[in-house]
Design a protein around this ligand. Structure first.
Ligand SMILES: C[S@@+](CC[C@H](N)C(=O)[O-])C[C@H]1O[C@@H](n2cnc3c(N)ncnc32)[C@H](O)[C@@H]1O
Ligand SMILES: [Mg+2]
Length: 302
């Protein structure tokens, strides 16, 4: 049901941008289905650069990286600043399992459905997503721009023979592109709102994806509700996250993410929201993409 709604919305969204602009003058208004924030000016998205531009700009935003470096030793403290990611993990893994099993025609009920597939976890932090992916059989490369994160991730993964196979490296997506690395699935959860150039970052993620491969990105919608819940509530009232973790202006709306990915040769096939139930303390998948959301896309044939 959730999936049906979103797939119908996505059919409209994933038509070429030029088509939307020329035949659907109300496009910016229809965005309000997804976001209650005022629409950005039409110039908010830069025009696509020429195809010959092979050198991506750096995705590094040193202010953001400093924030993560300062709390790196708390990655595996389930009650620490990364508690929200730990609590969200089963829900986001459910989405990843279901979309990638369909994508790669794997049995979602088997214990190691991703056996034989190469995944890269971009902005892996301490490895809280990389580890379960490895347990599900994937050959995982985890990369992060913060050296301390990679050290923690490596030390933790060493505790278990299955996760000790994860290849952790302190680097960036654009550097892996320069090394001509390719993966079956490229996953970047809760990273894009912390990078310097989201559109360039998506181009790098796309370049890392093998033809026929898949991309998964999760982030926070630039909506008023996200400002109220993901920033005011989470940082200033409930103290789930350190104050200043997120900049509202760095969030992308689902529509912007779809367009940026489209310009990077990635077609978004499905989106889902993550919603928090304060009574159970659990997250679940929803068609409400007004705050936290995840997108699954496929690399177009070039
Ligand atoms: C909120 S954490 C998400 C961690 C992990 N993806 C997860 O969801 O469990 C964001 C991570 O992205 C990393 N990061 C930020 N900018 C990056 C960049 N340009 N390239 C690689 N990693 C980056 C940070 O160091 C941090 O570990
Ligand atoms: Mg974040």
């Amino acid at each position: 049901m959730v999936r049906k709604h979103l797939i119908t919305r996505l059919r409209n969204l994933t038509r070429p941008a030029s088509h939307l602009h020329s035949h659907c003058p109300n496009f910016l208004q229809t965005r309000r289905h997804f976001s209650d924030a005022p629409p950005p000016p039409a110039s908010a998205l830069p025009p696509p650069p020429p195809a010959s531009n092979v050198h991506s700009k750096s995705s590094l935003n040193q202010t953001e990286l400093n924030k993560f470096a300062s709390i790196a030793d708390t990655w595996w403290d389930a009650e620490g600043p990364f508690k929200p990611l730990h609590v969200m993990n089963p829900t986001r893994l459910a989405f990843i399992r279901s979309t990638l099993c369909r994508h790669f025609r794997k049995d979602p009920h088997c214990t190691r459905p991703f056996e034989g597939l190469k995944f890269v976890d971009v902005g892996c932090g301490g490895g809280i997503l990389s580890e379960p992916l490895a347990r599900m059989g994937a050959t995982v490369t985890g990369i992060d721009a913060v050296e301390k994160n990679i050290k923690i991730a490596h030390l933790h993964a060493e505790l278990d023979p299955i996760t000790s196979s994860i290849d952790y490296c302190c680097t960036t997506a654009e550097k892996l592109v320069e090394e001509q690395r390719k993966f079956d699935a490229v996953i970047a959860l809760e990273v894009i709102e912390h990078v310097a150039e989201p559109a360039e970052f998506c181009k790098s993620l796309s370049a890392l994806t093998d033809s026929g491969g898949a991309i998964l990105i999760s982030t926070i919608n630039r909506s008023m509700r996200a400002y109220a819940t993901a920033i005011i509530m989470a940082e200033y009232v409930l103290h789930w996250l350190p104050k200043g973790t997120h900049e509202w202006s760095s969030f992308l709306t689902p529509e912007e993410l779809v367009l940026i990915l489209q310009r990077s040769s990635v077609s978004v096939q499905e989106m889902a929201g993550f919603v928090y139930n304060p009574l159970t303390g659990r997250w679940s998948l929803s068609d409400d993409i007004g705050v936290n959301f995840i997108a699954y896309g496929t690399k177009n044939n070039e």
